[in-house]
Design a protein around this ligand. Structure first.
Ligand code: GDP
Ligand code: CO
Length: 408
């Protein structure tokens, strides 16, 4: 296709709402949900007004060049994984952390081959690593972070564990920002949108400690032969409600600011990711909120005053594409809710009154089967406990040869 003559540069612009509300708790600020007005607002004027921010495409791409997108994989269909990669804008470094079996069928081998080919065609920067790579486990061991290893000395299974691996590999590759995108998303366009919103969030909040969380506008479901676009899933309703109750009890003012209590689609600065605890299982996202409140909320007396001087920002953006991922059955939705509520319940900052409300919630959902107390979930200590230099040396020594297909 011949290139059209160009009259100077075109500046694609993304238009988003400027958040209206903000809750401040210690040095943590939580901004209200921001709507996206135009994914591509053309090349119009650059000025912002008081309601709408215009983020130029160049600015988005600048952020993406410093961003790693971690894609956790376990036994997904190759077509789905490939679709997700199609949606990730090319300036980003992709990090695929796979926990797919290597036998009897070597699914990981197939993934690696497919991704290698894809990387070659598109010129995308893709790093593929297996969660159970012995070199990786050794790097964790040498760095004094055995928490992640099982009895056999290999990294444990689980998405949260894969996220921790991805976080550290982002650091290894020298990235400043880190975003997560599940590998079972049906719509490349949704993935592309999430990454643009991550970049917009970082552009609007240039601090060292920024957390961008996505709330889906809708999730399509088939009901009585029609498509129905649900806005809130049951697990987000419950975790958002309890997080908002918690904030309400701290400030004495009722709030509904939290809309992304278990937002799987999220991005944060690598600096912040290295300071946070990760909970295992379904609780990882809700626990990030709790851990931010514990570390930066000024609620616990033991908090280090230096830490409290650091400003931390949570930015919540409402995406426009419907979110649709591989349906794996809804059997575990009650467990997901319990896991999210458990990290709130077992937090040292959870007031007695809220503990009672949480148990009322559990009993209302579980009836006779409700336990006397929600079971605690495994929480991995902050990565600040890991010796970064040792970890990086371990990656340098082993990953280049074992696990990396295409590197930056
Ligand atoms: P849901 O979307 O919360 O119902 O959970 P999924 O089963 O779809 O998992 C979310 C994402 O994590 C998907 O991309 C999975 O392929 C991936 N995943 C699940 N378990 C593991 C794991 O043990 N390790 C890694 N690396 N990824 C996983
Ligand atoms: Co999924």
């Amino acid at each position: 296709i011949p290139r059209p003559p160009r009259a100077g540069k075109t500046h694609r612009i993304m238009r988003l709402e400027i958040p209206r509300d903000c809750e401040r708790i210690g040095s943590l600020q939580i901004y209200g949900l921001q709507k996206v007005y135009e994914l591509d607002g053309g090349t119009g004027p650059h000025e912002n007004d008081s309601m709408v921010e215009r983020v130029p495409g160049e600015v988005l791409h600048d952020r993406m060049r410093e961003m790693a997108i971690v894609v956790p994989v376990k036994n997904e269909r190759l077509k789905l994984i490939e679709g997700v990669l199609v949606g990730i804008p090319s300036p980003c470094q992709v990090i695929v952390v796979s926990n797919s079996p290597r036998g009897p069928v070597d699914r990981f081998g197939l993934e690696k081959e497919a991704l290698e080919n894809f990387g070659r065609f598109t010129g995308k920067k893709i790093l593929v690593v297996h969660q159970k790579d012995p070199g990786l486990a050794q790097a964790f061991g040498n760095a004094g972070y055995e928490h992640l290893l099982d009895e056999t000395g290999i990294v444990r299974s689980g998405k949260a564990e894969g996220m921790i691996v991805g976080t550290l590999l982002s650091k290894w590759l020298g990235k400043k920002y880190l975003g997560f995108v599940d590998s079972d998303n049906y719509f490349p366009g949704a993935v592309q949108e999430y990454v643009n919103e991550y970049a917009a969030g970082f552009a609007m909040n240039p601090g060292k400690n920024t957390f961008v969380r996505i709330s889906w506008h809708s999730k399509p479901k088939v009901m009585e032969n029609n498509l129905f676009f649900a806005k809130w899933g049951r697990s987000s309703v419950n975790s958002n409600a309890m997080l908002n109750r918690l904030l309400t009890q701290f400030s004495g003012f009722e709030t509904e600011i939290v809309k992304t209590g278990n937002a799987g689609e999220h991005a944060l600065t690598v600096d912040l990711a290295l300071k946070l605890e990760y909970a295992a299982g379904y609780a990882v996202e809700t626990h990030h909120y709790m851990n931010l409140l514990e570390q930066y909320g000024g609620i616990l007396e033991t908090t280090d005053p230096d830490v409290l001087r650091e400003k931390v920002t949570i930015c919540q953006i409402e995406s426009r594409n419907p979110h649709m991922h591989e349906s794996k059955g809804d059997d575990h939705v009650e467990d997901m809710i319990d896991a999210s509520l458990s990290v709130i319940y077992h937090s040292p900052i959870c007031p007695e009154l809220l503990k009672r409300e949480i148990m009322d919630n559990v009993r209302a959902r579980r009836g006779e089967a409700a336990p006397a107390e929600v079971a605690p979930v495994r929480v991995y200590p902050s990565l600040s406990e890991l010796n970064l230099d040792e970890f990086m040396a371990g990656c340098d020594a082993s990953l280049n040869f074992n696990a990396v297909t295409v590197r930056a």
